[in-house]
Every structure is written in structure tokens, then in C-alpha cells.
Design a protein around this ligand. Structure first.
Ligand code: CTP
Length: 401
């Protein structure tokens, strides 16, 4: 499955280095060509020879030990790779990369890389929780680097918690998924909207909703992984920008409309995951509204229904809406499909446990033209996002052919 794929594995120094050996073996068995770079501390745990034998390639350990005088090794390796994996990723290597430090073969290569970089952290649970490490991870997220979350369990230091390097089988699976999904949206532009909007009342107050943005960010991540140029138009949420995604931050429904319109003509897919406010205060007070005796009323006016507006203008764009409902999910979703002239409505019952706004999981049913209907099981939002794009791109291909 990984035939002709070139994977560069950067190994930094933690006890989980032994798992990196297994990872090289799994990736090679799947057909990938693997080259390995080790930090000095990684070599305290395992000899480069082990990786050399497993990968059947030279192992690189020193920026100044140029094996081939016709090239500069750290640039050459960075250019060679289709995908770079840092496993185990220590707090040290994460910190260096987040701050642009290149002081060894691993970090200079990472700085020179244009291929996607995935980091699989492994460290003590308290180190993983340290504010500095969290800050660095956040920074790298924003720089477009993808993380393979460590799992929970017994750690070599004796603690139980989060910090175990993800299993080599699982990482190999992610790599296989990445390369098989890749290219399906190559050359396509996907615009995703996510999160809530804020409609101002006065300088200190606004109307909003419980949308966390998680489903929209997962949709953007999946689109980018499948090769799309991905624009994520996001209301105010505190989520990291997924790898390879361009984020435009907006506040109100009006801002979101403008941002979407700017990209609509050139878009192939528009995914409206955002929970857009249907109403906004008729006037925004310039100064803080002071309380008075008795009740108070805020006059509201309708915002533009962005999805409906796009539905009226669309040419070849595939329009995907979401419908968050608390009752009669199927009936309302089908109505929205027609009323908004969307190609698909992805409906979920937000009153169901683990399928709501804040949740990391979701269960949806997709409705489309010609009475198309497909239900998906409850699953993590990221996994669901990939399956949704796979289903929709397959369906659109079948319409084209
Ligand atoms: N939507 C939009 N602009 C709005 C309101 C909603 O683009 N002003 C989009 C959402 O992004 C979503 C779809 O319409 O993709 C359905 O949103 P939802 O809030 O479920 O439906 P509404 O149209 O607001 O209908 P209702 O309030 O009757 O449920």
C-alpha cells in the first residue's frame, strides 16, 4: 500500500525509541521506503545500526557528516521525503521546532522540510502537561504540523497517564490512510465554515450559541488531508488550525457571509458546519447598556441565511449544509435540503448524548438529492469527517461519470 512512498523518520531520545524500530519495520513491510535520522540522545537508547538494518538505508546522525559530497544531507533528505514523522517526539525536539532552532541533524532537516510533518509525542505525563510544552504544541499546530496524540497507560517513568508513544501499528494505519485518501481532492478548493457567530449587543455583550467548532475543524482537516486547498472560515473558537489549512477568523454572521462570498466563485465544495446566528440585535449600542428597573427587550432582525443565499447562486459548487436539531431530525433536514438548494444536509440530533456541540464524537445522517439517505455510526468527529468526504466525493464522481 505504501509502494513508492518516501517516509523520513526522525527519532529523538526517549525510551519509546524501541517502538520507532517497530515502526520502521511496519512501514517497510507496507512497501514504504524509509530513511532515519537520530538525535544524539536517541542513540543512547538504540544504535543507528538497528535502524540501518530495519530500513536498509544509511542512518543520519550528524549535520556535518556528509555521506555524499554532491548534496547537503539535511536539505537533500528534507526534499526527498513525501512525509516526515517525528517519533518519539520529545519535549526537547518539539520545543526546538516551535522556536525555529536547528542545532542538530533532526532539527535542521525539519526546518528545511516542505513535506508534511507529523509528530508523535512521547514523554512523562507531567512533562506533556507542562504549560511550555502545551504552548509549543499549540504553536506547531498553528504552523501546520500534525500531531499523533500519545495514548494513555503505564509510562516508563512509573506514572500512569497520557504520554505513551502511539503504537507503531496505529501510526502505520494513519500513514496508509493518509496516502490512500490523499489526492482525492487534489486540485479542488474546499471552503469550510465552523464555530458559532457572535452578534454584538453593546461593547461588552453579544448573542451566540454553544457551537464548539470541532466538527467544522475536523471537516477542514479531512479536506486538507485529501489534497484540497482548504479555507476554514471560523467564528470565535479556541481550536488549533489543522495542518495545511488556511484559516480566516470572523465574528458575526455578516463577516462570515463576506468571507464565504470572497471564495465562493472559485470553490468546488462549500461545507457550512457553522452555527450561524439567525438573528442579530437591530442596533448595536456604542456604550455599555446600563441596567434599569424592570425588564428589558432587545429588538432582533434576521441575518442572511448564508447557505440559502449560496444555494440561489451556485453553479458547479457542491453545497453541504449541517442541521443541528433537537427533534424531528429527518423531517427538518429534508426540508432544509430543498429550501436551501443544498446538495447534502448532514443532520444530527444535538440532544443525543455524545453527539452535541461540545462532544468529540458525533452521529449523523446524510440526506441528498433523489431521496438519498445514509446513516453513520457514532464515531470521533475527525474519523467521521474523513468518512463524510469519502462518501461525498465518491458520490460526486459517480454523478460526473
Ligand atoms: N445557515 C446559514 N446561515 C444562517 C443560518 C444557518 O448558512 N443564517 C446554515 C448553517 O451553517 C447550516 C444550515 O444552514 O449549514 C442549517 O442551519 P440550522 O441552524 O440547522 O438551520 P436554520 O436554517 O437556522 O433553520 P432553523 O432555525 O429553522 O432550524
Amino acid at each position: 500500500m505504501l509502494e513508492n512512498r518516501k517516509i523520513l523518520l526522525c527519532v529523538s531520545g526517549g525510551i519509546a525509541v524501541y517502538k520507532a524500530v517497530a515502526l520502521v519495520s511496519k512501514l517497510s513491510q507496507a512497501g514504504a521506503s524509509v530513511k532515519v535520522i537520530m538525535t544524539e540522545s536517541a542513540q543512547q537508547f538504540v544504535q543507528p545500526l538497528t535502524f540501518q538494518v530495519m530500513s536498509r538505508n544509511d542512518v543520519y546522525t550528524d549535520t556535518f557528516d556528509e555521506k555524499d559530497s554532491s548534496v547537503i544531507a539535511h536539505i537533500d533528505l528534507a526534499d526527498w521525503a513525501d512525509l516526515i514523522i517525528v517519533a518519539p517526539g520529545t519535549a526537547n525536539v518539539i520545543g526546538k521546532l516551535a522556536n525555529g532552532i536547528g542545532d542538530d541533524m533532526v532539527t535542521t532537516t525539519l526546518l528545511a522540510a516542505t513535506a508534511p510533518i507529523w509528530i508523535a509525542p512521547a514523554m512523562n505525563v507531567h512533562m506533556y502537561d507542562h504549560p511550555a510544552v502545551k504552548r509549543n504544541i499549540q504553536q506547531l499546530h498553528e504552523d501546520g504540523i500534525r500531531f499523533i496524540e500519545p495514548s494513555e497507560g503505564f509510562l516508563a517513568c512509573g506514572y500512569v497517564g497520557k504520554g505513551r508513544l502511539e503504537e507503531p501499528e496505529k501510526i502505520t494505519e494513519l500513514v496508509k490512510n493518509y496516502f490512500t485518501r490523499e489526492h482525492k481532492l487534489n486540485g479542488k478548493k474546499v471552503v469550510v465554515t465552523a464555530g458559532p457567530t457572535r452578534e454584538r449587543i453593546d461593547p461588552v455583550r453579544f448573542l451566540t450559541n454553544f457551537s464548539s467548532g470541532k466538527m467544522g475543524y475536523a471537516m477542514a482537516e479531512a479536506a486538507a488531508e485529501m489534497g484540497a486547498e482548504t479555507i476554514l472560515i471560523s467564528g470565535p473558537v479556541s481550536l488549533p488550525v489543522p495542518s495545511g489549512v488556511t484559516r480566516i477568523q470572523v465574528e458575526s454572521a455578516e463577516d462570515m457571509l463576506k468571507a464565504v462570498e470572497a471564495h465562493f466563485d472559485t470553490a468546488n465544495y462549500v461545507v457550512k458546519t457553522a452555527a450561524v446566528a439567525d438573528y442579530r440585535p437591530q442596533t448595536i449600542a456604542n456604550q455599555k447598556v446600563k441596567k434599569q428597573e424592570g425588564g428589558s427587550t432587545i429588538e432582533l432582525e434576521r441575518t442572511v441565511d448564508i447557505l440559502k443565499h449560496l444555494g440561489q447562486q451556485k453553479k458547479n459548487q457542491v453545497l453541504i449544509g449541517f442541521a443541528a436539531e433537537t427533534n424531528d431530525v429527518c423531517k427538518y433536514a429534508k426540508e432544509k435540503l430543498i429550501r436551501k438548494n443544498a446538495d447534502y444536509i448532514i443532520a444530527n440530533d444535538v440532544s443525543e448524548a455524545q453527539a452535541g456541540f461540545e462532544s468529540d464524537t458525533n452521529r449523523v445522517t446524510v440526506f441528498g438529492k433523489n431521496n438519498f439517505e445514509q446513516a453513520f455510526d457514532m464515531m470521533p468527529k475527525q474519523q467521521l469527517a474523513r468518512q463524510l468526504f469519502e462518501m461525498i466525493t465518491d458520490k460526486e464522481e459517480s454523478y460526473d461519470s
